[in-house]
Design a protein around this ligand. Structure first.
Ligand code: C2E
Ligand code: MG
Ligand code: MG
Ligand code: MG
Length: 285
């Protein structure tokens, strides 16, 4: 069973907790129930501005509070959602809930609120011609300025878009930011970066966590240099250790995310962090 945080009934998702779900033949039907029956919720992981006193942003990460099995990890149900097409309604729910939550933080905390909420989207969502309309509606319904929403997609999702990659241009014209997630893990070519309409790269955690000599070890510096030349923002993902944080800061990284700073957390916990930003682990003042 998932651990309860406070008295809210909010369940913390712990990786690997609900492995049994993956084998269930009825998973698709259960997932449909989860989406339309209110069993999904979002956690938010801070993205830390290394040189400032507030959250640069938060990434919304979906969780499933399964009635029998407790918290189920997205690695177990996102692939099923993609196969069954349920990713489209699931993704729309995530988008709207994340916008609603940021708008609520802005009302509560004003300038202390996270600058941006980052939402993961799959290729299948983006491939739908009405995706920009869904985004526009979510922003309008919650009164959120477009620049406070970032859409995260992986390189393989971007490639899968093919000609529909113009969808990203539509989003950017609206003022929504686009971020390339897990950067460096797919077999992409650098020409992709040259042509892809994105605002930000997220350096995959595998490059942050391996301390290696030789060619592999230069990736954080090389990708940072690349981002600067192309004029993109960059976030280092998966920072777990103080020495990783120090290395990245020394290289010139200004934004980072990872368990070293903060784990994915409930909206109430984000609120507590906003009120006391110094409690972000690993912050230097
Ligand atoms: P992602 O978008 O790359 O999200 C980062 C993942 O890394 C999250 O796992 C997060 O909890 C984890 N993480 C953060 N910091 C650290 C760290 O320091 N060390 C390690 N080892 N891991 C860290 P999570 O929440 O299990 O999500 C996994 C993936 O599921 C996400 O990867 C994303 O691709 C997908 N996902 C999550 N929510 C959604 C969603 O709403 N829609 C879609 N389409 N995909 C989602
Ligand atoms: Mg992401
Ligand atoms: Mg990532
Ligand atoms: Mg990932």
């Amino acid at each position: 069973a998932a651990k309860h945080v406070g008295g809210s009934g909010y369940q913390r998702y712990v990786p690997g907790m609900a492995g049994a779900v993956a084998g269930s033949a009825a998973l698709g039907a259960q997932l449909r129930q989860a989406i339309f029956g209110g069993e999904l919720y979002l956690e938010y992981q801070p993205i830390v501005a290394l040189d400032a006193d507030r959250l640069a942003g938060v990434e919304a990460l979906v969780r499933w509070n399964h009635p029998a099995r407790g918290a189920v990890a997205p690695v177990e149900f996102i692939p099923v959602a993609e196969r069954t097409g349920l990713i489209v309604p699931l993704g729309e729910w995530v988008l709207r809930e994340a916008c609603r939550q940021l708008a609520s933080w802005i009302v509560e905390f004003g300038p202390g609120a996270p600058g941006v909420v980052q939402v993961n989207v799959s290729a299948r969502q983006l491939a739908a011609a009405n995706f920009p309309d869904l985004v526009a509606a979510a922003l309008a319904d919650f009164g959120l300025p477009p620049h406070r929403l970032t859409v995260e997609l992986t390189e393989s999702a971007a490639v899968a878009l093919g000609p529909a990659v113009t969808r990203l241009e539509e989003l950017r014209r609206m003022g929504v930011r686009v971020s390339l997630d897990d950067f460096g893990t797919d077999r992409s070519s650098l020409t992709l970066l040259q042509d892809l309409p994105v605002d930000e790269l997220k350096l995959d955690r595998s490059f942050v966590q391996r301390e290696e000599s030789g060619r592999r070890g230069i990736m954080p510096a090389a990708v940072l240099a690349l981002a600067r030349v192309v004029g993109l923002d960059i976030v280092a993902e998966g920072v777990e250790e103080q020495d990783q944080a120090d290395r990245l800061a020394a290289l010139g990284y200004r934004k980072a995310q990872g368990y070293h700073y903060a784990r994915p957390m409930s909206p109430a916990e984000v609120g507590a962090l906003i009120a006391r930003p110094a409690t972000l682990a690993g912050r230097h003042h």
